[in-house]
Design a protein around this ligand. Structure first.
Ligand SMILES: [Zn+2]
Ligand SMILES: [Zn+2]
Length: 261
């Protein structure tokens, strides 16, 4: 399983930290975790082809996590190359499906990408499915009424993506034994943000979950990544990275290691 960070930032408009988006390559699948603004541009800058994406997972419908969904729907409808070759599954909470219906009412047929180009699957918290050899399971995250935390398992490796969330016993249980947890530390230890994690909380969550490794991401300008790393490392003994756009982590039988840059 291979993770490429496409967006390590937030809603802040920054050249080097795009809004949240990640590429996971596992089994037969190429999955996008969230689609913050700039996700498709960063994917291509990292040498990947949007037409090869087989699944798009949305953690919750805040714009910094899904703004690039609209350009995707438009392109699946009108980009001849994508129309011909793309076969994607969109996965999210049913509430996201309701919101998309609302957007279709605003934009009309321009956003109605047809099957089999795009297959929509709405999952309630606790439901799961299989996509291209990757087992997907979900839990409720503590952030938005339509939030889902995601667990991906394939090739003997497991990755947990909480999206934006506060910590909780149920999320520590959901992430139990994962090889890697992606944690969004939106606030600092001194100034935590409601509905989000902070560096010490990320470290404690990874420790309680018995995770193999921890990736801190979703950095606002106000949060110093080095301080966040130091704080998380005081609470969690495994490897910890501070995400940067274009960073690549590989997960295999020997654990998690940084492949680039
Ligand atoms: Zn966010
Ligand atoms: Zn959010």
């Amino acid at each position: 399983m291979r993770l490429t960070v496409l967006g390590s930032g937030t809603c802040e408009l920054r050249a080097r930290r795009s809004s949240p988006a990640y590429l996971v390559q596992a089994g037969e699948a190429n999955l996008m975790l969230d689609l913050g603004q700039g996700a498709w541009r960063r994917l291509m800058e990292c040498g990947h082809d949007p037409a090869a994406i087989s699944g798009v997972i949305i953690s919750h419908p805040h714009l910094d996590h899904m703004a690039d969904l609209l350009p995707l729907l438009f392109a699946l409808n009108y980009d001849p190359r994508l129309q011909e070759t793309a076969r994607m599954t969109l996965l999210a909470h049913p509430g996201v499906g309701d919101m998309l219906h609302g957007l279709e009412a605003v934009f009309g047929s321009w956003l109605q990408a047809p099957e089999p180009t795009l297959t929509r699957r709405w999952l309630e918290p606790g439901q799961g499915c299989e996509l291209g050899g990757v087992r997907l399971s979900t839990a409720s995250a503590r952030h938005h009424a339509y939030s889902l935390a995601w667990r991906l398992e394939a090739d003997g490796a497991s990755l947990v993506y909480l999206g934006d969330s506060e910590a909780g016993d149920e999320l520590a249980a959901f992430a139990q034994g994962a090889d890697l947890i992606i944690c969004h530390c939106a606030g600092s230890d001194d100034a935590p943000k409601e509905g989000h994690l902070f560096p010490a909380g990320c470290g404690r969550l990874a420790d309680r979950a018995g995770a193999g490794a921890l990736l801190l991401s979703h950095f606002y300008r106000a949060v110093d990544p080095d301080e966040a790393l130091a704080s998380a490392r005081r609470r969690f003994a495994g490897p910890v990275w501070a995400a940067r756009d274009a960073m690549v982590l590989e997960m295999d039988a020997e654990g998690v290691h940084q492949a680039a840059p």
